[in-house]
Design a protein around this ligand. Sequence first.
Ligand code: ATP
Ligand code: MG
Length: 139
Amino acid sequence: MAGKITLTMIKPDAVAAGHSGKIIDMIIGAGFKIQAMKLTRLSNEKAKEFYAVHSERPFFGDLVKFMTEGPIIAAVLEKENAVEDFRKLIGATNPANAAEGTIRKNFAADIERNAVHGSDSDENAALEASFHFAGVERF
Ligand code: ATP
Ligand code: MG
């Protein structure tokens, strides 16, 4: 499935605010098929592992605290050109720079509490899908 999947997380801010339904509706409306989905919560260890690439960044501690503060919804999404199309749908990391009609424009508070995650490459999409889901959980 190279090139056809991406991994998203609806982050704790958006789940707590009750935005999950509207976000999932936008994802389906944009043509993504849901291969797998679950409500879960990252442990400190798992959040550090997921965002290990940012471990030297000054915001890493805050990011891990944020991502573990409550439940998230993790999902594997399928579509042609999934990674790039999903990054377009979610908008810029900082919602102040996100385009109109994007998920982050609609639901993100700031550069940290930005409502959703999207994989940044096909390689990471595959790794992140395996991070959250076993093969038998994907359809
Ligand atoms: P994500 O990986 O969650 O989809 P992204 O790829 O748009 O987001 P990254 O650069 O990978 O952005 O940063 C990962 C996450 O770290 C961001 O989504 C945000 O929650 C947080 N973050 C990034 N930059 C900052 C910053 N300057 N200050 C605070 N938090 C930040
Ligand atoms: Mg990223």
